[in-house]
Ligand binder design. Structure first.
Ligand code: CS2
Length: 467
């Protein structure tokens, strides 16, 4: 017995289940990247549209790197439970939008065919920062080429990853895959397909054994794919669709459709994700396992509040930042979300460029203090040692881990030169920041203090100093 189409009707009445006929139609959406985030975010938005009677939002989900997850979802007919929990209460829902599944690596042709299927109207992507490879551009272009050759209409291709200008980046990647013979395809792409930028937000940690046990309790049957998330969710998307009528539909499901997605992207990346990365690294170094443990520590909480208020917010176009900050701190503290610091610290070398340098450069350009960001950067250098302050080793899960760890390993002896070397990496800090002597000095000072006195003592010093 497990959660599946045949056990769905026997679930307790307290669990919300799909009120529509699943799989009666072909999917209208191909989603690349079947991780926890998509399943607890867009898949639930599409579930609302299906519930409202629009049959075009079933998903063909594509696992990019996790065949095991696709196998588990297949065994459950694409069904999984989501626990939505915060101060408002706890509810369980089984969204029904996931209708078909494929694995990108072993079933590439099925994915290309799905993109080219006449019923497909959208492709959405959550492939993470490191997923934006030439192979991804090629995969999409191969599917789009078949559509164009078959005389089918264009589609909306929406990147939903935490990258500034994600739609533009994706469009450029797809176009780069084209060859000199693809002139007509490129004209079709420009005229008929749309690559909206979008900002997505919902905290969805990787599931823990606690969530799977709670799911079994709530459902009465095991669910290997259960997830836990918060009540809050936000999807802001640029009003740029292959089918303009989709704007009103998405709005009806709670999505914000706007011409100004940039200010939302920027605020979210710098405030939420920027603080997340800083806290995750602090947690890893000080032996705190979850974000909620970090924000529960008064010094870290004050640090996050000040980081956002003093260094990040002054440069945001979003004017309601104080309310946004307070809401974020409350979300970080959600006791139901066991959001592992090591999960967030994964791929930091690709996340930091999206989250920190914009803030630092803006502060420097008006001669303002960068101490809180410098403290975060110093923490990242300390984190790269691969062991916490109690001597407990951990893995750096990052495509750049070998080179970063090689540069970081001798830091206790070579304090400043080690920090300077890591700060000179343009792949992480961009072209401008490594030139900024004021920045490098502040990071080196905090790095030395963290190593000499310990992170929490150094943090107390930062918080005691006037800003
Ligand atoms: C997190 C994000 O893992 C991470 O890097 O910062 O996944 C974060 O939880 C989401 O962007 C929230 O919307």
């Amino acid at each position: 017995m497990k959660l599946s189409a045949s056990t769905l009707t026997a679930l307790p009445a307290s669990v919300q289940t799909p009120a529509y006929k699943r799989k009666a139609h072909a999917p209208g959406v191909v989603h690349l990247g079947l991780g926890a985030f998509h399943r607890a975010h867009q898949a639930m938005v599409f579930d609302r549209l299906l519930t409202a009677g629009d049959t075009r939002w079933g998903i063909h989900g594509v696992g990019m790197t996790r065949p095991d997850l696709v196998d588990q979802l297949r065994a459950q007919d694409g069904l999984y439970a989501v626990r939505v929990a915060d101060g408002q209460g706890v509810t369980w829902q089984v969204p029904g939008a996931l209708w078909r599944m494929s694995v990108a690596t072993t079933e590439r042709d099925a994915v290309v065919q799905a993109i080219a299927a006449p019923t497909t109207r959208w492709v959405t992507l959550t492939v993470t920062e490191k997923g934006y490879t030439p192979a991804l551009g090629q995969l999409l272009l191969d599917g789009l080429r078949l559509r164009q050759q078959a005389g089918l209409p264009g589609i909306t291709i929406a990147s939903c990853d935490n990258l500034q200008g994600n739609g533009h980046k994706l469009q450029a990647l797809v176009k780069t895959a084209a060859t000199t013979h693809d002139g007509e395809l490129l004209r079709w792409l420009d005229a008929q397909c749309a690559f909206p930028c979008s900002m997505v937000d919902r905290i969805v940690p990787a599931a823990t054994p606690e969530v799977l046990a709670a799911a079994q309790e709530a459902l009465g049957v095991p669910d290997q794919c259960a997830l836990s998330t918060e009540g809050f969710w936000e999807w802001v998307i640029e009003d740029r669709f292959a089918d303009p009528a989709d704007a009103a539909l998405l709005r009806s499901a709670g999505v914000r459709v706007t011409s100004d997605v940039h200010s939302y992207e920027e605020a979210k990346l710098r405030m939420l994700n920027g603080s997340h990365t800083a806290m995750a690294l602090m947690g890893a170094v000080t032996g705190r396992a979850f974000i909620a443990d970090c924000i529960a520590q008064p010094g870290i909480r004050q640090y996050v509040h000040r980081l956002m208020s003093l260094e990040v917010a002054p440069h945001l176009k979003r004017s309601d930042w104080a309310a946004y900050r307070d809401a974020l701190i409350e979300r970080f503290a959600n006791p139901h979300l066991r959001h592992s610091v090591h999960q967030i610290a994964t791929d930091s070398s690709l996340k930091i460029p999206q989250r920190w340098p914009g803030t630092i450069l803006s502060q420097l350009s008006c001669g303002a203090s960068v101490d809180h960001m410098a403290f975060a950067a110093a923490t990242w250098i300390r984190y790269a040692l691969g062991e916490d302050e109690a001597g407990q080793a951990y893995m750096l899960n990052d495509p750049q881990a070998p080179s970063i760890m090689a540069m970081a390993k001798d830091q206790k002896n070579t304090l400043q030169s080690c920090a300077e070397a890591l700060l000179s990496r343009q792949d992480i800090w961009g072209p401008d920041l490594p030139q900024q002597a004021v920045w490098r000095k502040r990071v080196c000072d905090w790095h030395a203090e963290i190593l000499q006195r310990g992170l929490m003592a150094a943090l107390d010093h930062l918080l005691a100093s006037a800003n």
